[in-house]
Design a protein around this ligand. Structure first.
Ligand SMILES: Nc1ncnc2c1ncn2[C@@H]1O[C@H](COP(=O)(O)OP(=O)(O)OP(=O)(O)O)[C@@H](O)[C@H]1O
Ligand SMILES: [Mg+2]
Length: 256
């Protein structure tokens, strides 16, 4: 059974069809990169996976470990092992990052039938995990993402991911706004989490990130469909030639 299976996915927002038939199968242990022009539907795909109710699934199916993901509420999806790092992480004023994370970690543990971590156990996990993303522990005492710099938000996301140990990680432009050192740290954090039972979807515009997080597959999303799939070399070709040639190829074959 595949970890994540997306079949013929169609989704609309405000009555406008954005995703028009996505097929994507992700096995544990693999990293899939999704690239594509602005507005092609990359973030929409991430939001549909997260269960954002603004996005209406009009056709198709998604299963996680064989379970119907579309039947699950967003919080259940998170507990079942989907982790999202969004393009624009939300700020939650008044909720300390530590408190938020402990609640999240314990919700996931409860779902897996594991015992709750008390304050001491949680801090031990924080101490073990923080160095992997070079996170300043002082950030954890502040409200979730509030006033964090762009780079700090991205580091904090990868830190959350390391704490939660999800089975399916979806990263939407985790590289945007990162300086080169932060990019390396975030990529190393992701690479440290690569394991045979965990899959990744990495949405990015730049081949640069893929030098650090080497994908097994690269997919190009055009106008809500995967127009081309290939290996890491495809990302290099895109960096060189842009998307025009794939758009032209796509128009000539499917008439979209
Ligand atoms: N809530 C919304 N209301 C109206 N239109 C939306 C909404 N969300 C997405 N869209 C539209 O859906 C299309 C796809 O948007 P999406 O954010 O998925 O693109 P993207 O591929 O992530 O682009 P980028 O590379 O710029 O991040 C865009 O035309 C966008 O305006
Ligand atoms: Mg986007």
């Amino acid at each position: 059974m595949s970890l994540l299976e997306i079949k013929n996915l169609h989704a609309a927002v405000n009555g406008v069809q954005i995703l028009r038939g996505i097929d994507l199968t992700i096995e544990g242990g693999s990293v899939h990169s999704i690239m594509g022009p602005n507005g092609s539907g990359k973030s929409t795909l991430a939001k549909v996976l997260a269960g954002d109710e603004a996005y209406e699934v009009t056709d198709g199916s998604i299963t996680l470990d064989g379970n119907n993901l579309l039947d699950m509420e967003p919080d259940e999806r998170a507990r079942a092992g989907i982790f999202m790092a969004f393009q624009y992480p939300v700020e939650i004023p008044g909720v300390s990052t530590k408190y938020f994370l402990r609640a999240a970690v314990n919700a996931v543990r409860a779902y897996r039938g594991e015992s709750e971590l008390d304050a001491v156990g949680f801090l031990k996990l924080v101490k073990e995990t923080a160095p992997t993303v070079d996170l300043d522990p002082a950030l954890l005492d502040r409200s979730v993402n509030e006033g964090f710099s762009g780079g700090e938000k991205k580091r904090a996301e990868v830190f959350q991911m390391a704490m939660l140990q999800p089975s399916m990680c979806v990263l939407d432009e985790t590289d945007s706004g990162l300086d080169i050192d932060a990019l390396r740290v975030v990529a190393e954090g992701v690479n440290a989490l690569r394991s045979p039972d965990r899959g990744f979807v990495v949405i990015t515009h730049y081949q640069r990130l893929l030098d650090y997080i080497v994908p097994d597959f690269v997919h190009v999303l055009i106008d809500g469909r995967i127009a081309q799939s290939g290996s890491k070399e495809l990302a290099m070709e895109l960096e060189d030639k842009g998307y025009g040639w794939i758009e032209a190829q796509c128009k000539s074959t499917c008439g979209c």
